[in-house]
Design a protein around this ligand. Structure first.
Ligand code: PEP
Length: 258
């Protein structure tokens, strides 16, 4: 069986590198206690300022070949006068292999439209990194399937089937993300329904072959209490963990469910 992906999206946390290092050391010790039998691949996505140091730590000890470095965002141009932005070649030099794109906090809080997500997604692929593409409806209303279909179509517009096959998709219903008021996790059953729909749109519009379908993860209020319910489903290739990924005890408890 393929290993499950566990993506740790640290968002704008923790506040210091010392705290970040503590989280990594704690997880590293846990990996050491597992020996050879790891059923998952870990992708840590720290804030930009910790990427370089985190990248060095992930090349050592029990992390080596088990854990990978990801960035939380990218700019769509590779060079230019773009104040405040970080380019694909810069991320490459820091050793990032994955980049989150289309996260709902960027789509909704910062107003990034699908067209911007699409340009960033192309920049990630152009720079030979793996996009972790977040999609998900903002509200679960009678229209949510149409919303999701259109979001997927616009997000992946202009990509070849091969390119889409290289992506990891994270289905993250926005209402389930823990930082939103009243958030609650989706159920595995209804997450699987949405994941099926996403796969159908890709197969229908891009004629993707079954062997070339991207992996699809679930994200939204995953904790040690529900991680096994999502991870245990064959249709769900892993989880994207936000809030709980910077709580070292809780994150290791999540890993212990796999
Ligand atoms: C996220 O930020 O993508 C996320 C899933 O957050 P949380 O796990 O905190 O709901």
């Amino acid at each position: 069986m393929d290993k499950k992906y566990i993506v740790a999206n640290w968002k704008m946390n923790p506040q210091t590198w010392a705290e970040a290092e503590q989280i990594l050391d704690f997880v590293d010790d846990y990996l050491g206690s597992l020996g050879e039998s790891k059923e998952f691949s870990l992708i840590f996505c720290p804030p930009f300022v910790f990427l370089e140091e985190a990248g060095k730590v992930l090349k050592t000890s029990h992390f080596e070949h088990e854990a990978f470095l990801g960035a939380q965002d990218i700019f769509w141009e590779d060079t230019g006068a773009d104040t405040g932005e970080i380019s694909g070649p810069m991320l490459n030099k820091l050793g990032a292999e994955y980049v989150i794109v289309g996260h709902s906090e960027r789509r909704w809080k910062l107003g990034e439209p699908d067209e911007t997500v699409n340009k960033k997604l192309k920049a990630i692929l152009r720079n030979a990194m793996v996009p972790i593409v977040c999609v998900g409806e903002r509200v679960r209303d009678g229209n949510f399937k149409e919303f999701l279909k259109e979001q997927v179509e616009k997000t992946f517009a202009g990509l070849t089937p091969d390119d889409i096959g290289k992506c990891i998709i994270a289905y993250e219903p926005v209402w389930a993300i823990s930082s939103n008021p009243g958030a609650r996790p989706d159920t595995p059953e209804s997450a699987i329904e949405s994941i099926h729909m996403i796969r159908e749109v890709l197969i229908g519009n891009w004629k993707l072959e079954i062997g070339n379908l991207p992996k699809v993860l679930y994200g939204g209020s995953v904790t040690s209490k529900n991680a096994a319910d999502f991870i245990g489903q064959k249709e769900i290739d892993g989880i994207l963990v936000g809030g709980a990924s910077v709580n070292k005890d809780e994150f290791v408890k999540i890993l212990s469910q796999i």
